[in-house]
Design a protein around this ligand. Structure first.
Ligand code: FDA
Length: 502
């Protein structure tokens, strides 16, 4: 059972949380991590840890009766299927005009994401977080994060000849024909493993379409990197199926958490109190923001300010598909892990970084798919809803329009240059651009506004934010490297200045 007190507590086990726990553990601080999802390290009866991608079962999603995939349809046929309600690995949290995908389990988003490990353009990083020393970030913390995450790059020679990136080579050719630049995207998927998958030497994961419901092989998710190292310090403990609900602060400065213990069907089987001196919120943009909003509005941390819940954005995410000519084959084997992006981020009017995404169905579909990251200046905010005891995101369809305009500007050009058209059958209705979901929720507890410049929550000593909620709505690239590097920077300062040891 949970101990009644732990010197440090980290909520969540995603990127920010994992960095924080490792550095606390190395500094000798006994640290307890509380994760609402499960530990994914044991194969089930079918020999797999995670659900197969193309025939998803209960392991695929967090407490849902049906799968809820981002590509809702193909030729307007619903491709989702019924599943048993279970504490699976991918969650989709619906907030009206915006649905947010998040990972649940030890490793957070690292269990379900596309492994694309991209360092943002420096000039853009300086624009979104102008008060953070960019020399330090690019000289120390981005390199530290990339090394600890195990980032690697595809062998360009192999890329040119393998079957599994035929789809990416085709999209590259179409982009080049329209005058665009493409770039390889570093990854935390082991490209050497992928090469052996294609050679038939090892069990397939990326080449078996695995990605959003977890990779059974090949991916360096956080449980294999930061979290393994954190446990290795001997000072870090992870408890799973523990959902933190409330945060109070006692007169002596102790933070008291109310923690729900869940079973695998999501039922609350126990409710416990846990005290700590140093509390780090790493529950992600949605999770950490909700915890502090609830604490402010129910009066358990009444001095929290107006900035809690502000500055949220979907990183400008837009998904779209293009219909290829009959002679332009994408290939029936498509790596689930993207390796190439179209880089138009320096476009003065419509900055776009578009990942060339797989549509791994195991058959030729003549579709080129993209997840475009655009520079959308709109920001949403959260309010606390007492009736449901949860945070509600306020984001309207209209706020997503700038993202569509940006993606359209570039992909219209690519279509014109290649004599191709958009697909209209992928997102449930006839829309071409899907901007009603995001994989990249950012903000809610922005650095320098809700917290100081190192993630210390204003008004509450020894209370910290470590995750994607610190980044105000946009990073211009896939965000986990930025989240990791920022967490490295912040915990170094906090360890040096705030934490009493021994
Ligand atoms: P993260 O969301 O990772 O972790 C939060 C953890 O806290 C979760 O494990 C959650 O269960 C837990 N938690 C939440 N509330 C809690 C509570 N109250 N009590 C206890 N635990 C709680 N990024 C990228 O850079 N490259 C990519 O290729 C992709 N691709 C991609 C695909 C898909 C399908 C998704 C969903 C996401 C991506 N991303 C991505 C985004 C990336 O995964 C994301 O930005 C990070 O995981 C966010 O890291 P955080 O540290 O903010 O929290």
């Amino acid at each position: 059972s949970d101990g009644a007190f732990s010197p440090a507590v980290v909520v969540g086990t995603g990127y920010g949380a994992a960095v924080t726990a490792l550095r606390l553990g190395q500094a000798g601080v006994p640290t307890l991590m509380l994760e609402m999802g499960q530990l994914w390290d044991t194969p089930a009866e079918d020999g797999r840890t995670f659900s197969p991608m193309l025939s998803p079962d209960r392991r695929s999603m967090w407490l849902k009766d049906r799968t809820e995939m981002p590509l809702a349809s193909f030729l307007w046929l619903d491709i989702n299927r019924r599943i048993e309600r279970y504490a699976g690995v991918l969650d989709r949290v619906d907030h009206g005009d915006m649905s947010v995908y998040v990972g649940r389990g030890v490793g957070g988003g690292s269990l379900v994401n596309g492994a694309m490990a991209v360092t943002p353009k420096r000039w853009y990083f300086e624009e979104i977080l102008p008060e953070v020393d960019a020399d330090e970030m690019y000289g120390v913390y981005f390199p530290r994060a990339n090394a600890a995450l195990g980032v690697n790059s595809v062998d360009p020679g192999w890329f040119e000849t393998c079957d599994s990136y035929r789809y990416a080579r085709l999209s590259r050719r179409h982009a080049h024909k329209a005058g665009y630049r493409t770039t390889f995207v570093p990854s935390v998927y082991d490209f050497d493993y992928m090469r052996r998958e294609e050679a038939g030497e090892v069990p397939r994961s990326a080449l078996a379409s695995e990605v959003i419901f977890g990779n059974n092989h090949g991916k360096r998710s956080l449980d294999r990197t930061y979290l393994a190292a954190a446990l290795g310090t001997g000072n870090v403990t992870i408890r799973t199926l523990r959902e933190v609900r409330e945060i109070r602060r006692a007169g002596d400065g102790t933070y008291w958490l109310t923690v729900n213990e869940l079973d695998q069907a999501g039922n609350v089987v126990a409710r416990r109190q846990l005290g700590t001196r140093y509390l780090f919120l790493g529950a992600g943009s949605l999770g950490s923001t909700e915890l502090l909003l609830r604490a402010r509005d129910t009066g358990t941390l009444p001095d929290l300010g107006e900035e809690i819940g502000r500055g949220w954005g979907p990183n400008g995410n837009v998904m779209l598909g293009r219909a290829n000519h009959a002679w332009d084959l994408t290939g029936i084997t498509q790596s689930g892990m993207p390796a190439l992006g179209i880089d138009a981020w320096d476009d003065p009017e419509h900055p776009v970084f578009a990942e060339i995404a797989p549509m791994p169905a195991g058959v030729e579909l003549w579709v080129s798919l993209y997840l475009a990251i655009t520079r959308n200046p709109e920001r949403g905010h959260f309010t606390y809803d007492a009736a449901t005891d949860s945070a509600r995101l306020h984001w309207t369809a209209g706020q997503g329009e700038p993202s569509i305009r940006a993606a359209k500007a570039h992909f219209d050009r690519i279509n014109r240059a290649n004599g191709t058209i958009y697909r209209h059958d992928l997102f449930g209705d006839t829309r071409v651009f899907e901007n009603r979901f995001t994989y990249h929720p950012l903000g809610g507890l922005a650095l320098g506004t809700a917290t100081d410049l190192y993630g210390r929550v204003h008004g509450y000593p020894n209370l910290y934010v470590t995750d994607g909620s610190l980044i105000p709505g946009s990073t211009g690239v896939n965000p986990f490297v930025t989240i990791t590097a920022l967490a490295e920077r912040n915990i170094e300062r906090v360890l040096a200045e705030d934490i009493r040891r021994g």
